[in-house]
Design a protein around this ligand. Structure first.
Ligand code: ARG
Length: 438
């Protein structure tokens, strides 16, 4: 399809491509490819000032416009949703937002996933807004993050605003919501399919609603849309007397394979999954149980994808992406504090297992819902470019030594809500094909 990309001098990277004319796919009609008007690529007289751009556009005078065909963008080949791994060139992403972010009520599953020093915070603020000052700063940081993504050529989408403090009741429980800050936690894209995770926290039961406007658009554009079985989240899903008092408790329980969620019904968060083409990895965590893993295993098997369960020496497993973050073909950041029990499988396959340096964030910066290891929770724009926390200079050096260009961004206050760049995003489209890396 013919597209126009406008390059203006001064911006850091290429701007997001805007397809012209905008193709609106009819609801439920055949394959994307057959629907598209095919316009042959040509580079004849339609641009007066064709130039070869370097990565920083440094040789482009302001107001120069270049027209080019975007046949190579995966949207044209595969439709609006397409991603098989964590590193193929990123074309479109959902970035979470802070609006309405509400502290979850202090239930047993929240207690099991948070650190004792913050329990008072949850007791006191559960059901009310996260501290406004933090939200304001986090919001500014995330807006800037979005701008940087756009300047790097990525199309950015945002969830709907919701009132998460609204209390809801089901036949099994009552709760308020939490936020739409971490799309990674709830949405998983595998190929042309977008999967809504069932979640495990009662405060996240209705979180999918913030993404429905977007998902319906992707569906109209031809994407597959799956919502995993909704859990009841009745009392039976939780070990009501899960005995957490100390870090030692946590180590002992985790080592024994004891978690706050039971096997009453399937549950999982999308962020416990890590994609590498034909192989996808998952961990049993406080929010992802074995039934949830089995549901996904059967589901993905149908697509020819193998789901492997990994385990780590982790006193508090929840969301794999600050523990084991795959950043390229055969390249994984493996948290040195949380060794992977199956690491030989990767080494035998010739993968580079990289131990990132200790995080540099200071002890007094509040991280209400995570550890400091958000430093390794990076977002790959492609195998050679990474979005990384600007203040984490040690890991930046590591990336540079690996020949990966760092794009430093500051989201320290956004980190306080429980996530880094990988958590704050969900890649909707990456340009690449299904391949085997193991
Ligand atoms: N539980 C992880 C840690 O504390 C944080 C993972 C955050 N990831 C996410 N997708 N929300 O290290």
């Amino acid at each position: 399809m013919l597209c126009i990309r406008a390059f203006r001098g001064g911006c850091r990277g290429r701007e997001a491509p805007h397809p012209l004319p905008k193709v609106m796919k009819k609801l439920l009609t055949g394959s994307w490819d057959n629907e598209l008007p095919k316009i042959k690529r040509g580079n004849a007289s339609w641009s007066g000032s064709q130039q070869v751009l370097d990565k920083n556009n440094s040789n482009v005078a302001s107001e120069d416009y270049i027209m080019e065909s975007d046949e190579n963008l995966s949207h044209e080949k595969h439709g609006p949703v397409w991603a098989w791994n964590e590193w193929d060139p990123l074309e479109e992403v959902i970035v979470g937002n802070v609006n309405g972010a509400t502290v979850p009520p202090f239930t047993v599953e929240v207690k099991a996933n948070t650190y004792a020093k913050h329990w008072e915070f949850f007791r006191k603020h559960g059901g009310t807004s996260f501290p406004e000052g933090y939200l304001k700063k986090a919001n500014a940081e995330i807006e800037e993050f979005c701008n940087i993504l756009k300047h790097e050529g990525v199309e950015v989408k945002r969830p709907d605003n919701m009132d998460f403090s609204q209390v809801y009741q089901t036949p099994d429980f009552e709760s308020c919501g939490m936020y739409a800050a971490m799309p990674r936690d709830i949405l998983l894209v595998i190929g042309d399919e977008i999967i809504e995770a069932p979640m495990a926290w009662r405060s996240r039961f209705f979180e999918y609603r913030a993404y429905r406007s977007l998902i319906k658009e992707y569906f109209k554009g031809g994407a597959m849309w799956t919502t995993a079985p909704k859990p009841q989240m009745a009392d039976e899903l939780y070990d009501q007397v899960y005995p957490i008092r100390s870090v030692e408790d946590r180590h002992r329980l985790a080592a024994n394979g004891q978690f706050v969620t039971t096997e009453f019904e399937p549950c999982f968060d999308a962020a416990d999954f890590m994609r590498a083409g034909r192989d996808v990895f998952v961990q049993r965590s406080q929010v992802t149980n074995y039934m949830g893993i089995e549901w996904m295993r059967r589901h993905l098997e149908k697509k020819g994808i193998r789901l492997h369960t990994l385990s780590f020496k982790d006193p508090n497993p929840m969301h794999i992406d600050a523990t084991f973050n795959i950043i390229g073909p055969g390249m994984v950041l493996s948290n040195p504090d949380r060794p992977c029990h199956q690491i030989e499988m990767f080494k035998n396959a010739g993968w580079d297992v990289i131990h990132p340096p200790n995080p540099l964030i200071s002890d007094d910066h509040p991280l209400w819902m995570s550890s400091k290891w958000l430093s390794m929770n990076v977002l790959m724009l492609d195998p050679k470019r990474v979005i990384v926390q600007s203040t984490e200079t040690s890991i930046r050096k590591l990336f540079e030594s690996l020949g990966i260009e760092c794009i430093p961004v500051n989201i320290l206050h956004a980190n306080s809500l429980g996530g880094g760049f990988h958590c704050w995003t969900c890649d909707i489209r990456r340009n690449g094909e299904l391949e085997s890396y193991l």
